[in-house]
Design a protein around this ligand. Sequence first.
Ligand code: ATP
Length: 900
Amino acid sequence: MKAEFKEDAYHALSAEDVLAGIEASPTGLSATEAAQRLQLYGPNELPATPARHPVVRFLSHLNNALIYFLLAAAVVTWSLGHFVDASVILAVVLVNAIVGFIQEGKAENALNAIRNMASPQATVMRDGHRSRVSVADLVPGDMVLVEAGDRVPADLRLMHARGLLIEEAILTGESVAAEKREDPVPVEAALGDRTSMAYFGTMVAAGQGSGVVVATGVKTEIGRISTLLGSVQELTTPLLRQINRFARRFTWVTISGAVLLFLFAVFARGFAWPDALIAIVALSVGLVPEGLPAVITITLAIGVRRMAARNAIIRRLPAVETLGATSVICSDKTGTLTRNEMTVRRIVVCNDEILVSGSGYSAEGEKLFEDEGSEMFPDRGHALTLARAGILCNDAHLRKSANGWIVHGDPMEGALVTLAMKAGFDPENIRAEWARVDEIPFDAQHRFMATLNQVPHGQKVILVKGAPERLLEMCSMQAGEDGQVPLDPGYWTVRIAEAAAEGERILGFAMKPAPASACRLSFGEIEKDLIFLGIMGFIDPPREEAVAAIAECHAAGIAVKMITGDHAATAAAIASQLGLGDNPAALTGHDLDNIRDEMFEATVRETVVFARTNPEHKLQIVRALQRGGAVVAMTGDGVNDAPSLKQADVGIAMGQRGTEAAKEASQMVLLDDNFASIVSAVHEGRTVYDNIRKVVAWTLPTNGGEALTVVTAILFNFTLPMSPVQILWVNMITAVTLGLVLAFEPPERGVMRRPPRAADAGLLSPFLVWRVIFVSLLFLGGALLIFFNALDRGLDVETARTMVVNTIVILEIFYLFNVRYFHMTSLTWRGAMGTSPVLIAIGVVFVAQLAFTYLPIMQRLFATKPVSIADGILIISVGVIAMVILEGEKYLMRRFGLLD
Ligand code: ATP
């Protein structure tokens, strides 16, 4: 790059000088040149937030009240000469911290991996064509196109700006969007006054523009002042906070209870204080669910990964939970419920209607007029005018690839290019001949697009395409058989209704001659006295998978609403093809504006199809649904959708069609823009919530069971059925094995056949509380039964204790199988087989228990004795009996509808 001017001064140079200085051209760089420059300048990235040092991360797992308590206990036990106990306590602390550390690392990696999947893209000119590239691949000299909703992908010197407004608050602090132009500004202009520049990271609020990249990465303005952009994903959710709070409170209750029990043991039961202290420490360690928050984090992270595999990228972790509670999904139509593969099927002009053959974007072998070469029939001229307007008032390009023709730009505009080719036009030629002088881009708010074009060898012409009702309001005349005649709105309304009833998306066309001197388009000029040319009907078939997904939602008690900018009749026809009701009545945005306030909520709740809505209507709809208690997921793609995406409980942006503004406002991004992926995400969301409940439902009573056994012994004054060090052993060995596996559970079969959970339902539902008590008592029963039976048979205390420890572990394993299915019996082949994490965990526990029971060194450390085969069978029988009781309880609960 020539360095003959100060690099900072691009804003003051003319467009030509900038291009020359940076060795670029208005048609962009070639792919090879771009690749070379990428080598030279490096990727267009800002340094990532420095990750926390692993040591700091590890230590953070030691930073809680329970761990301090445990460490203190270890010191005391050590000083009392109980070295084994002290070592096991330290091992518990370490194992937990290591497991927490590894799990948190895995969760963070999972989130980072998916964040990269939704990395931002930019539109650039490469090899003379528009293409989408990753923002990181931009290089100085690239010609970039930006439009409303985009985040500016590098520092740009604007070459062209049309109504371009850019929010630069992150750089200048100025909250009002700055108006941008191509003209250079004085060298001394401050950052906020450099209207010829667009800076990396700022947001395009309106309009369109193009500019050449003058700086990338850390060389950009944002790179210089701060090195960070974008927020760091927080590893927390409301549920996780609820659980952390619960765990903290539980710890303190346990510690206080332990102190009381200690006093009771020493003063009322005459325990020697060191023995009592060790017993109580072990008890507390056994009771407190120290591993719970980490297991839940990993459950959420697994959910995020599974969702990503199904094309739903979670941007904010709480969405994983909320998705499971979603009761209404509000979806766009075009591209989400339909394929967004458009084909012009019908052309209607003042005196005729032509049905167009062919499908897809290929025009090969298709002709608009079968009678080519024969007499030109009267309406051919009108149809040609319409087809020409369609290609000129159009920004899309078609390119042939190995998989057929693909559209760069809006699919509907792509279909217009195909149509023009079918009509015999050469898109490149006609666009060159009728060069565009100015344009007003399409916007969902005004629903039309207009261009000012040069007429070959003559004047200029304004061409407008857009929603037909909107255009009819702007026209006073129409193209008749012999020149202009007054507009006949009645005729057009009937023709529009006919096409819409077939589910066609309709576009109207109009024109207006302009003087040769015209060079700018203004709204005032085109909003009146246009000449209506005709309409075209496009087919956009529903996605087949959306039909199935909608049926799944209905079975799952989730209402689906279509909110579209399209015509009411088109929307209703497509809705009925999708199974959203039998010819559902569509409510238009206009109808919504006229509903009385007190009726609004009920009407919105009952309506399935909303048509001709604008982004404000979307916001009103979400709010009304939320007031009625619904948990709303809503899709959006445009810059104006940001408020409703933020308002929705789960805002969902389209990965392909969506603007950066929509993506940033949303909690989830759909990589494939497909409605079915939302439903898959809900399915995963429900599974995650189920699994979290399963983790809790397993952890609390297994801890409770162990603790209760010891507390009962102290209260009722009999020999402890497990020694303190044995309690610590059980806790350590099961926490890192059995405690983890429920995070990996696949969905239960009926997950999408039950209604969504109530949004405000607490995690510890009455059913779960009952389960904790019931299962703790069952464990107590099993353990005491074995203990006293062993003593009665004259076995020594060591053997009896070894049997109790094994019983507790066996009960934990059987209960694990039971809890894997909340809503159905576990006594099935699938239930018995388990999953690989379940089987691995059981394998590890089994080997550990064999070592604990039979290995001489372990026998010395833990004071265990070998257990006979007959006793082993007895222990397993206790597990089997417990399983039968638990399944019976589940059956009864289900029978009486007490499961929740
Ligand atoms: P959805 O909100 O479900 O995606 P939609 O894509 O039909 O529906 P909009 O994009 O807001 O909604 O379009 C509304 C109407 O504006 C369309 O029905 C069409 O008549 C018109 N329209 C859409 N795209 C263009 C365009 N590129 N140029 C001119 N008019 C357009």
